[in-house]
Structures are given as structure tokens and as C-alpha cells.
Write a protein that binds this ligand. Structure first.
Ligand code: SAM
Ligand code: SF4
Length: 573
């Protein structure tokens, strides 16, 4: 068994976070140990994102740092996983010979084998004194292993019927949640579809993650049950166009007794019901209903990201009728200009998008029973040829849609996409920045209004942990006791250090001249961060006579008292 130490850093979306969790589970089962700092690791893995150039730049700079380290540490193994591995392939290794292993999102199940190979190759190279002395060890190993890892999922994983990536999802290791360590672990992601068939002209996802694949409903429900048995109470279903989920049982194929995922053939019937729903086909609405009914200990069922087209009324009816399905939809519009929507190949008009939001509100917006519908959106500003009029139309859409928040991006041309090949990136950077800021300012006003409208309302919230303010306050209190000076450790404020770091000792009575103040329960009310089912963040004080940690991962009823700067503040009732 390997005792190698791994550092794994994840960039990008929830899908990548889930991929990292699955990969980490596999490596742990093989005896790898994980460390939170790259310096302490024998193996450094980056799970990468290519959606925007900035995310890639961060990885290039991390790899640059490792290139320097490898000169003095030839035993180091470096792996690039995910979208950059798929998109850049061997070019990435040519530019950064420090990379030993390259694995695209469609090949992650092969990582353990490739890593083992890379580790052994490194070991044999560093035992070769001549290779080390001549500095050739890094480049030699890198090429050997990268070529094996660089198989592309464009070769259609399902062509041979067996989808080995499904085995990675099925192998998910779920351990029971420790009562003392619940923060963040009561929530989990479950993938229902992979890839995307939409080919929005700006987007790399269909190229890096391949065709849309739908997992068998039994696998999804079983995974939810497994997570629920381990103590998970909130599940978020993941898919790039999550509402397109549809599994045709008549066409199901089994290999070695395992039902295989299917290539997506979404029902393109607008908001009409799928005529085969519930019989030969499991639709997205059926899947939500099944998870809700068959896994009752999951108290909150969420899903992202919804595509604003082909979202049936049947889904909205199921959400309305099932109390544990959350009233929150993330439905990116991208722009408010019909001309831009066409250039982006989004497949809907602004009118159709707004009609869709009206339908959603009609079914799901019920503030009177504490269940308002909240929406969030994505926008791209500065897409090629975007004029001031196009941008004004986007502002107009933002005002009409009234999202609780929006993710706003400046257009980033991505090699390999249709827009990159056909449309010049002709909106100046300064204009992109200005439009980004204007849209953000408009969204901030709306978010603020929405927050204020919640004052006086009561909600059930899931407590997620200490608020960030509370965490900072704890660090400050550790560093500065009343009447004592604040500490500086290694040039940094001691408030940023963990308890005990201040004097370099875990023992606060170690004899050093400065005392570290340890927070006690009686100091003040501790602020917790919680979330409503419609995804609004609420800050709430834990009762002073109770251990604040005991609330983490629990559902509580709160009343909203104030709303400041986009956040809600409430009290437990
Ligand atoms: N599948 C989701 C959908 O269609 O709405 C979105 C997935 S995409 C990975 C996340 C967001 O990144 C998109 O909604 C879009 O706003 C943004 N995005 C994608 N490609 C981009 C690009 N080339 N430049 C800027 N933003 C981009
Ligand atoms: Fe990208 Fe469009 Fe697919 Fe979303 S729907 S992942 S934006 S191609």
C-alpha cells in the first residue's frame, strides 16, 4: 500500500468539486494520505477549469512554481486533471514538462493506475543517479506518463457500451458523519447528467466534458440513500442542463449486470408534458419525485443548473407538491438581447425566458407560507459585437427577472469554441469592465430590496457553520486579549494564524511572554451562518447557553429581524 501524500486543489464548478471528492475517495482507499499544503505533498494534483481564461492562468502559475520545486525535488509527481487536461492535452506537457499525469474529465476513473505508474517511474528515475545529476529526470518521466493519460473522451465513452466513468460515481465512498465534525458534511452533490449537447457558442464544456450522458435513475436514488444513511440531509443534483434529465428504460443497456448511462435525447417539447413520462421514461420530474419519496431523511433536495428551455410544467408541479424540494432555481439568461442570444446559440428569446420565469413564479412563489421562490442568474458582458443597446436590454432583463443574485462574467474567448473561431473579440476590455460593474451595481440594488422584503418573515434554515465574521472574530480574540498587544508572527498578523501558532507552541502555558486568549462560551453570542431553502443566507446568533457547534447541520426556525448589505439577520424561534 502506498503511503504517498497528496495535495489536491480544485478550480471551477460544483461538478469539479464532486469529481475531486470521488477521486480523493479512490486514492484514500488505495492508501494515499491527503495534506492541505502543497509543500508537504509528494503528489500535487490540480483539478482544472477551462470555462474562462482566468481560471486557467491560476493553474499555469501554480505549475510554474512546481517547475522550480521539481528541480530540487525530483521525486515530486504532478498531475493535471479535468478540463485543461482535456483541452490542452500534450501541448500542456510540452509547455510544462513538470506535469507527469494528465487526465481529462472523462478518464478520471483511470487516475489511480496512472498515478501509480507515475510514482513508480519517478522512483526508478531518482534511483538513477545519472538522470538526476544531469537534470533529465523531470522531462523523461513526464512524457512517459502523460501520453497514457491523454486519451480523449471525444472517442465517445459509450461507443463500446460500457461507461467506465459510471463506475467512479458508483464507487463513491461514503463514511458516516462524525457527530463532532459535521460542518459542511450534511450536504452532498450527486451527479445526474454529465457533459452537454447545447454548444453555446462561447462555451468549452461540450468539448471538455463531451456529450450529454444521463445516469440510470436507480444508481442516482441508491447514491442518495447511501448518503442519507451516512447522515447527509441536503442533496444537490448536478448537471450542466439538469432539467434535461431523461432516461429511456426501453433503451437501457447492461454490461456485467450494471445498467449503463445513456446518451441524452432530451424531450424538446417546451413546457408540455413528456407523453412517455412515468412509463417507459424517467423524466426529471419523475426523478425528483422518486428521490423525495424514497429518501425521506433528505430534508432538502436542490438541483443546478437549469436550462431555461424545455423546463416542463410537470417539474414545477412536482416541486410545488413536495415540501422537501427547494424553492430555488439557478437559470442563467446570459444576456437580455435577442440578437446576442442568437449569436450565443441559446435557443430561446428574451420573451420566452421571461414567460418561463412567470410560470416558475406562478407555481412556486409562496411567501405567505414562508416559501418564496428565489432565482439566480448568469450573465456574460462584452460578447462579440455587443452594443450599448444590447447591454441596456440586459439591464432591463435583470430588472424584470429580479434575481436574488447573479454571476456576472466578462466574455473570455476560449480556443476551440464556435465564437472564438467565427467572432472577433471586439468589445474593449474597459467597456467589458464598465458593463460588468454597472450590471453588478444594478443587481446589488435588487438583492438589497429582496433582502429587506424578508424582514418579519419566518423561515426554516439549515445551519452551515460559524459565520465568516465569527471566524475572524475568533482569530482576533485568540491574538489579542484585553489590554494585550496584537501579535505578529513571521511578518503576518497573528489573527490569521491557528490557535497555538502565535508562540509556536500548542501549549498556551508554555512560558512565552504573551498570553493567548482562548474564546470561551461566555464571551458573547456566537454568530452562525445558515441558509433558507430558497438559498438566502441568514446570520443568526446561537443561544449563549448552548454549544454553537451543536447547531451545525441542523434545521432551525428563524425570524428575520434586519437586512443589511445583502445579508439577512435573524433570531431562532
Ligand atoms: N450550463 C450552464 C448554463 O447553460 O447556464 C452554465 C455552465 S457554465 C460552465 C457557467 C457559466 O460560465 C455560464 O453560465 C456562463 O455565464 C459562463 N461562461 C461560460 N463560458 C464563458 C466564456 N467563454 N466567457 C465568459 N463566461 C463564460
Ligand atoms: Fe456551456 Fe451552454 Fe452547455 Fe451551459 S448549456 S454548459 S453554457 S454549452
Amino acid at each position: 500500500m502506498s503511503q504517498r501524500t497528496v495535495y489536491l486543489e480544485t478550480f471551477g464548478c460544483q461538478m469539479n468539486e464532486l469529481d475531486s471528492e470521488l477521486v480523493a475517495g479512490q486514492l484514500r482507499a488505495l492508501g494515499y494520505r491527503f495534506t492541505p499544503t502543497p509543500e508537504a505533498a509528494d503528489v500535487v494534483l490540480f483539478n482544472t477549469c477551462s470555462v474562462r481564461e482566468r481560471a486557467e492562468q491560476k493553474v499555469w502559475s501554480r505549475l510554474g512554481e512546481l517547475q522550480l520545486r521539481k528541480k530540487v525535488d525530483p521525486g515530486l509527481v504532478v498531475g493535471v486533471l479535468g478540463c485543461m487536461a482535456e483541452r490542452d492535452g500534450v501541448d500542456l506537457v510540452r509547455r510544462m514538462p513538470v506535469v507527469d499525469v494528465l487526465v481529462g474529465p472523462g478518464e478520471l476513473d483511470k487516475l489511480p493506475g496512472l498515478l501509480d505508474n507515475a510514482v513508480r517511474t519517478r522512483e526508478s528515475l531518482i534511483s538513477d543517479d545519472e538522470a538526476v545529476a544531469s537534470g533529465k529526470a523531470a522531462a523523461k518521466s513526464a512524457r512517459q506518463v502523460a501520453l497514457q493519460g491523454n486519451t480523449s473522451r471525444r472517442s465517445a465513452t459509450l461507443a463500446a457500451a460500457q461507461d467506465s466513468l459510471e463506475l467512479l460515481d458508483l464507487s463513491r465512498s461514503v463514511s458516516p458523519i462524525d457527530a463532532d465534525d459535521r460542518a459542511g458534511k450534511r450536504s452532498a452533490y450527486v451527479r445526474i447528467t454529465r457533459g452537454c449537447n447545447k454548444f453555446c457558442t462561447y462555451c468549452v464544456v461540450p468539448f471538455t466534458r463531451g456529450a450529454e450522458i444521463h445516469r440510470p435513475p436507480e444508481h442516482i436514488v441508491d447514491e442518495c440513500k447511501k448518503l442519507a444513511d451516512a447522515g447527509v440531509i441536503e442533496i444537490t443534483l448536478l448537471g450542466q442542463t439538469v432539467n434535461h434529465y431523461r432516461f429511456e428504460h426501453g433503451a437501457a443497456v447492461s454490461v456485467d449486470g450494471i445498467v449503463q448511462p445513456q446518451k441524452g435525447r432530451a424531450f424538446a417539447g417546451g413546457h408540455r408534458r413528456d407523453p412517455l413520462a412515468g412509463r417507459n421514461v424517467t423524466t426529471f420530474a419523475d426523478l425528483l419525485r422518486r428521490i423525495h419519496d424514497e429518501v425521506p431523511s433528505v430534508k432538502r433536495l436542490r438541483f443546478v443548473t437549469s436550462y431555461p428551455r424545455d423546463f416542463g410544467d410537470d417539474v414545477l408541479e412536482v416541486i410545488r407538491a413536495h415540501p422537501r424540494i427547494c424553492r430555488y432555481l439557478h437559470v442563467p439568461a446570459q444576456t437580455g438581447s435577442d440578437r446576442m442570444l442568437q449569436l450565443m446559440n441559446r435557443g430561446y428569446s428574451v420573451g420566452e425566458y421571461l414567460e418561463f420565469l412567470d410560470r416558475c413564479r406562478h407555481y412556486l412563489d409562496q411567501p405567505e407560507i414562508g416559501r418564496p421562490l428565489m432565482l439566480s442568474g448568469d450573465f456574460i458582458v462584452g460578447f462579440p459585437t455587443e452594443t450599448d443597446e444590447d447591454f441596456d436590454a440586459t439591464i432591463d432583463l435583470l430588472r424584470k427577472a429580479r434575481y436574488k443574485n447573479s454571476f456576472i462574467f466578462k466574455y473570455s474567448p476560449r480556443p476551440g469554441t464556435i465564437a472564438f473561431d467565427k467572432l472577433a473579440d471586439d468589445v474593449p476590455e474597459a467597456t467589458k469592465r464598465r458593463r460588468n460593474n454597472l450590471l453588478l451595481a444594478e443587481q446589488t440594488k435588487i438583492s438589497d430590496d429582496i433582502s429587506k422584503a424578508q424582514i418579519g418573515r419566518e423561515f426554516e434554515v439549515l445551519v452551515e457553520g460559524l459565520s465568516r465574521r465569527e471566524e475572524k472574530r475568533r482569530k482576533r480574540q485568540i491574538a489579542t486579549a484585553p489590554g494585550l498587544v496584537s501579535l505578529t508572527v513571521g511578518g503576518r498578523d497573528a489573527a490569521d494564524e491557528a490557535p497555538g501558532d502565535a508562540c509556536g507552541s500548542d501549549d498556551h502555558d508554555c512560558g512565552c511572554s504573551t498570553k493567548v486568549h482562548v474564546l470561551s462560551e461566555s464571551d458573547a453570542a456566537v454568530q452562525l451562518s445558515a441558509r433558507t431553502d430558497s438559498d438566502l443566507i441568514v446570520f443568526v446568533d446561537a443561544p449563549v447557553d448552548r454549544d454553537p457547534q451543536s447547531f451545525v447541520g441542523t434545521l432551525q426556525r428563524v425570524r428575520i429581524n434586519t437586512a443589511t448589505n445583502l445579508s439577512l439577520h435573524g433570531e431562532m424561534i
